[in-house]
Design a protein around this ligand. Structure first.
Ligand code: HAM
Length: 419
């Protein structure tokens, strides 16, 4: 009796198979093209970091740090965490390599796996892939606009144009504290707040807007844009002028607060407007002017974004994607007379390197360790080969091989040197 396998991919994780893997590569390729155009360079950081880095940057009272981090101790008792996002790691690398002092600016991008212990559901995984960028050293809203336009370009390049860009300003070190007090006063006057809201009320009142249970009760809450200082207002106004100047449509959403504590001034989220995925947040980001300094670096402002690759891929039309990528033609190499096996093998290597009839977009299968030609052809059908190149003694003597076209079932003789 066949033994049953007892292992499954851990809950919230997925094997990324064939078309999806191709989709991921396509997205990364498009992202690289766009990052290059905007002058961003790649940084690859470790998958795990000192857990304290995330606590200090994302914030101790955030869901990510309180509930979702994969933390563990290594053999020396160091407390580490699988990265739940990329920004904290990028800032750590920026400071560690003294880029904050030597060249106090920089444009960096990253792509890779992130880990959050969330309740798995459609579009929410425990291991997921992000593509993101961070722009250090530019205080001006021009940098915010560049980041938002870059994400928009990336989504357009991936074939996603039904999007809703929502923006808000969370104020700065100077104006946020008084808004915080106003909010605490307002929320304290409400009755029957949920357990989480009560807990967050004193520590992080802005986060109450994100509450899935109570947020509808807050329609009359004070609006942050009425409280931010003149400088924050001017920056937010300039950002909008810049977005308008390139016809980038957006909506101001005063309830947008984001679930990470490091943000100052501009925050944004980009949602899908496509049927079936309406409202899915596919990308998000904002400005974080205090984080570099708070983590021990110089006083350097920054702004960035990250998109969820799986979420983006879930709304791309798969056919369009494959057309964009160009599906390779599948070629199978068959051998009738086994003494020709080595010639067939070296021919397979040659065409996989240099292409067949000038077509380099091919996938080469075979020759197979199978003597029976019928079985070889059955295999070619199974793998959906469009052509079978047959090595047979008589033809090979004359420098030729047979090409079977599997779609229209025709067969031609061809000079090997001409292929
Ligand atoms: P975030 O909003 O936590 O921001 O995540 C960014 C994107 O990652 C989300 O919009 C979503 O598409 C995707 N994402 C998040 N969690 C999951 C999940 N569990 N499963 C699948 N996809 C997910 C950040 O991570 C910030 N670091 C963005 C940033 C960069 N801000 C400034 N710079």
């Amino acid at each position: 009796m066949k033994k049953k396998m007892n292992y499954k991919a851990p809950r919230g994780t997925h094997d990324i198979l064939s078309t999806d893997a191709l989709g991921m590569s396509f997205l990364e390729l498009k992202a690289r093209e766009i990052f290059k155009k905007h002058g961003f360079e790649e940084i690859r950081t470790p998958l795990f970091e000192d857990a304290a880095l995330f606590m200090h940057s994302i914030g101790r009272t955030t869901d990510i740090v309180e509930k979702e981090m994969y933390t563990f101790e290594d053999k020396k008792g160091r407390k580490l965490a699988l990265r739940p996002e990329g920004t904290a790691s990028l800032v750590r690398a920026f400071i560690e390599h003294r880029m904050d002092t030597i060249i106090p600016s920089g444009k960096f991008f990253y792509m890779g796996e992130m880990f959050r212990y969330e309740r798995p559901q459609s579009g929410r995984y425990r291991q997921f892939h992000q593509i993101g960028a961070e722009f250090f050293g530019n205080q001006s809203p021009v940098a915010d606009a560049e980041i938002i336009i870059l994400v928009q370009d990336l989504l357009f390049a991936a074939g996603i144009d039904e999007i809703d860009i929502r923006i808000n300003s969370l104020g700065c070190k100077k104006c946020r504290p008084s808004f915080r007090e106003t909010l605490i006063e307002y929320f304290s006057s409400l009755e029957n707040l949920c357990k989480d809201c009560l807990k967050r009320l004193k520590k992080n009142p802005l986060r109450l807007f994100d509450c899935k249970i109570d947020s509808l009760k807050f329609v009359k809450a004070p609006k942050i844009l009425n409280y931010i200082c003149t400088s924050c207002k001017n920056n937010f106004y300039t950002l909008q002028t810049l977005l308008k100047s390139v016809n980038c449509s957006y909506n101001v959403d005063e309830t947008l607060v984001r679930g990470l504590d490091y943000y100052t001034q501009t925050v944004f989220e980009i949602c899908s407007k496509k049927n079936g995925a309406y409202g899915t947040v596919i990308a998000a980001g904002g400005r974080y002017d205090n984080l570099v300094k708070e983590l021990g670096g110089q006083d350097i402002p920054a702004v960035g974004f990250a998109l969820g690759s799986q979420r983006v891929l879930s709304i791309i039309d798969e056919h369009k994607l494959l057309n964009n990528f160009g599906t390779p033609e599948r070629i199978f190499i068959a051998v009738i007379d086994q003494e020709l096996f080595n010639e067939a093998f070296s021919f397979a290597v040659k065409i996989s390197r240099y292409g067949l009839n000038n077509n380099k977009n091919i996938s080469v299968f075979g020759p197979k360790n199978e003597k029976n030609l019928t079985n070889q052809l059955k295999y070619a059908e199974k793998i959906k080969a469009s052509k079978v190149l047959v090595f047979a003694k008589n033809e090979f003597k004359n420098g030729k091989l047979l090409i079977k076209d599997m779609n229209n079932r025709t067969q031609t003789e061809n000079f090997i040197d001409e292929l």
